[in-house]
Design a protein around this ligand. Sequence first.
Ligand code: NAD
Ligand code: ZN
Length: 677
Amino acid sequence: MPTGTPTVQQQVDELRQQIDDHNYRYYVLDDPQIPDVEYDRLFRALKDLELKHPELVTPDSPTQRVGALGETSFDAVTHRIPMLSLDNVFDDIELRDFERRIHDRLESDEPVEFVCEPKLDGLAVSLHYEDGVLVKAATRGDGYIGEDITANIRTIPSIPLRLRGDSFPGVVEVRGEVYMPKAGFEALNKNLGNQGEKTFVNPRNAAAGSLRQKNPAITAKRPLEMCAYSVAVPDEGVLPSTHWDCLQQVREWGFRINPEMSLVVGADGCLDAYNDLLAKRGELPYEIDGIVFKVNRLDLQSRLGFVSRAPRWAIAHKFPAEEALTVLEDVEFQVGRTGAVTPVARLKPVFVGGVTVSNATLHNMDEIRRLDIHIGDTVFVRRAGDVIPQVVKVVTEQRPQGAGEIHLPEACPVCGSDVLQVEGEAVARCSGGLFCPAQRKEAIRHYASRKAMDIEGLGDKLIDSLVDRELVKTVADIYRLRKADLVGLERMGDKSASNLIQAIDGSKAPELWRFIYALGIREVGEATAKGLARHFGTLEAVSEADEEALQQVPDVGPIVAGHVQSFFSQPHNQETIQSLKDNGVAWQQELVSENEQPLLGETWVLTGTLTTMGRSEAKDILEKLGAKVAGSVSSKTSCVVAGEAAGSKLTKAQSLGLKVMTEQEFMDYIASLQPTG
Ligand SMILES: NC(=O)c1ccc[n+]([C@@H]2O[C@H](COP(=O)([O-])OP(=O)(O)OC[C@H]3O[C@@H](n4cnc5c(N)ncnc54)[C@H](O)[C@@H]3O)[C@@H](O)[C@H]2O)c1
Ligand SMILES: [Zn+2]
């Protein structure tokens, strides 16, 4: 085999092979292996070679054909008029060339009027109506033969099954784009992701994949819409004489046409329309990949005619690509202000969506597994509008040998505390809580908040400055602040600094529940903090309690118990609590006061024989706790205590689905409401 530079023929063959493969994956499988920019590059390279060597052009070259048609489960439909593609321009020079070619062909310098239409990113369909009734719908296929997707098309609400009015010709073909709006695409992908299924790279592939389902019932559930952009009838004389007016006609028949269309004159008008639409791109509820300019007069269109795969009277001006190929160089884990540990992709910088992107979110470990992403992988990055760039696909075929697997770190990269992944929850979290610097600002805010330690004057901005200047690292540092540290920060004067020092001093003796709440233990809100304080009475007792003991507290289940335990098992947390004590923080021991009535407003019923205490004793206890004790069961009953040989009241309570306690459960419950020291 001769080595060295390949011959032109070899280069052409190689490009054709690649393009054919990509066409198949894109049009038939709806699963592209490269982003469009990469594909366009290959296509241009082939076109350029064929331009320089016209003798190498063959009729089956991808430059001479559109789309692709593979094995399909749909019936074939031959298009009466071929469904062609559009030629592209990528800048204003190429656009002016397009205009010049039109003037040359028409042998006239008279300004040409163009209809400007958003280039919806979906797939083209052809819809046939006979006597106003939809009889056949087809995909573009290879431009000559498409797939019969009538049953699927019928599920799309914006497509009329019957034309409106009575002014339509007997035979009508309407063409347009079926697409999936952005919101529907995101919801669909989220759903597919949750079910562990393969997601779509972009709305175009989602639309194509959804429309070409074997089972139309699935298509019916997909959020597809359609906009019409052309019409053909056997006798063209019955149509208006311009493209613009034809579209108005199609609208009257019941189709949606795109509201962003405009009518302009010359390449200058086209460029203005391009810039206007580009500026709107992010706000549109659907995705567009460019703008299409079409000569408005139909007589001029027929004089201009077609080249092999596209009309000469229309051109697509492409927008900057929103997807690009790059390499995942590393994955770092970031700790958010709530402790969420999220993987961030470090990418080889790539220009996409109008900016250079070098980071992308990977969301969580589930996403990493779903994408099957490894360090060193070639990936699709997508940046649509102002949305954070995302890795949407991995080209597994290009994975280098020894590509690194990605693991969730065991320790928080910021504070070293354990990282916990709770079962059933997608997000992993640093367990350092209050004492993880990444979470510090948020934690300090919480600590100082009104319901917690209630330190007046310690506001958000001041906390930012204190943490940024490293004057405060843990909450214990708050108590080491001096007036001199504060003056000058956030416009803090002498007086307000003194006030704050006083407020900090005044916060040193909180109720126990406030202190527990202030620690910011996950899922321990005000009510749970109160329950813990009341049940255990001291912080030591809370911190030493095992999960079983913790679950004795009302509303504390295994998850909250786990959070409490893991918080107190972290040495950092114990150190900071000690440091708070050393700095004079002394919470009050919890004492249930005589008139505290946790069961206020509740109605209880006692039934059957109680063995450890008499009924009246039980009634006394309940009433002291604030409950009313009633003699009969109703839907308003809060709880029924069923002693031995309980009878009809118990049966009734069960049939009403009321809360029922055995005597032992009742004893445990009232014990949990009373102080234990
Ligand atoms: N990534 C890949 O592997 C891969 C493979 C093949 C093709 N592609 C991409 O597909 C595109 C080429 O495909 P194509 O031949 O369908 O051409 P095209 O998408 O560039 O243009 C033609 C299509 O534009 C659509 N369109 C949207 N709005 C329109 C309007 N107002 N008027 C007329 N048409 C409108 C129609 O569906 C029409 O078929 C390129 O963007 C290419 O990058 C990508
Ligand atoms: Zn941490």
